[in-house]
Design a protein. Sequence first.
Length: 232
Amino acid sequence: MNILYILSIPIPPVLAIIILYYLKKYYDHERYRLLFKSFLLGMVIVVFPLVAHLIIDYLGYSDLKSLRRVLFYSFIVAGFFGEFGKFLVLRYYVYPKESFDGPSDGILFGIIIALGYATIENTLYVFGLMDAGTSNPIIAHAYTAAPANIFFAITMGFFVGMAKLGHNVFLNSTAGLLTTAFFHGLYDFCLLTRDYKLLSVFAFGFMFLVVLLLWKAAKGKIEDRRTQINKP
C-alpha cells in the first residue's frame, strides 16, 4: 500500500489532540470530559455510513458504473448517513447540556465530533473497507477528509447552536443536517468522479460560507459577553 495513504491516517486524531490539549487550560473538568466523550462518540458513529456501505455492497450496488449510482452513493450513503450520526451526537447528546449555549459551542463540539469520525473513516477508507467504485483509495480523499469534515462540522454546529438560542429549533436543526449532508455528498461526488475542477470551485465557495459562519458565531459571542458585562 502507498505510504502516503498510511501517513494520512494520523491527521484527524493529531488535530483533535492539539485542540483538546489547548482547551484543557480553559475548560473545567466536566466541560472537558464532554469534549472528550464527544470525540469518542464521533469515532463510534462511523457505523452509520459503514453499515449503509456494507448493505449496498451486499446488494451489488457498490459498483458505481452509472451516474445514478454515483449520486446515490455520494449524497445518501456518504453524505446523509455520514452526517446523520454526527447530528445525533451533537443534537441529542451535547445540545441538552447546560454548558452548550450557542453557535460557537456548536462549532467547537461539532469539530471534535467530526475529527473522531474522520479518524475512523479515514482508516477504514485507506484499508479499502469504505471505498466505493475503486479498488484503491483516492489520495485526495485521504488528505482532504479531515479539513472537509471540519468544514462540515462548522456548518452543522452553527445551525444547531442557533437552535439552542431558541431560533426555531426544528428548522435550524434540520437545516444543519440537510445542508451539511448536501455539502458532504457533493464533496464525495467530486472525488468519485475525479472532477477536481468542480471540487476546487466547491471548496472555494464552501470556505467563504465557513468563514462567514465563523464570523457570525464570533460576533454573537462578543455581543453576549458585552451584554453580561453591562448587566446591572
